[in-house]
Design a protein around this ligand. Structure first.
Ligand code: FE2
Length: 167
């Protein structure tokens, strides 16, 4: 096999004003946010499939938009970790360990679905807030900006889900 095919890229040297040790810490934080985003993606997709009742279309459509956004976010977070020079985390075991979103094997009724997803979105936003503060103080403005934008998306998602649950 040619050496080109055997190449593995774990850590990549990065010349940056952001201190290398802090970059690795920020990448680890983004990795935990990625884990939560991945588990929330999976749960949102499962609820999208299993929702029933008079709110079927609203919840089915909203969760469609949301799982697609979460899938794109997973990719953006992983690629930011690579740009910081670190390997992107793999393995579902690790995702489940690092996620602030609880994995579930069953689904509640529709009210339970939207309330649970809203809580999960706000938990992910809170998890990201700590990393924004760390990235900001290290001068990693792009990571801070990326996560700040994600916090906005998660808070908006929670609003929309909670609005459905109001009676
Ligand atoms: Fe679908």
């Amino acid at each position: 096999m040619s050496s080109a095919l055997k190449a593995r890229s774990e850590s990549i040297p990065v010349e940056s004003k952001v201190d290398a040790k802090k970059r690795a810490e920020i990448a680890a934080g983004i990795g935990r946010a990625l884990a939560s985003t991945y588990v929330l993606y999976h749960k949102t997709h499962g609820f999208h499939w299993n929702v029933t009742g008079p709110l079927f279309y609203s919840v089915h459509k909203l969760t469609d938009d949301q799982y697609q956004d979460l899938a794109e976010a997973v990719d953006d977070l992983a690629e930011r970790i690579r740009a910081l020079g670190e390997p992107a985390p793999m393995g579902l075991d690790g995702y489940l360990r690092d996620s602030v979103v609880e994995d579930v094997n069953d689904f509640p009724d529709v009210e339970g679905m939207v309330k649970q997803l809203a809580r999960d979105h706000l938990a992910v936003a809170d998890q990201m807030r700590d990393i924004v503060a760390r990235a900001d103080s290290a001068g990693d403005v792009y990571s801070a900006d990326l996560l700040t934008a994600r916090i906005g998306v998660h808070e908006e998602a929670a609003w929309m889900l909670n609005a459905i649950a109001l009676k």
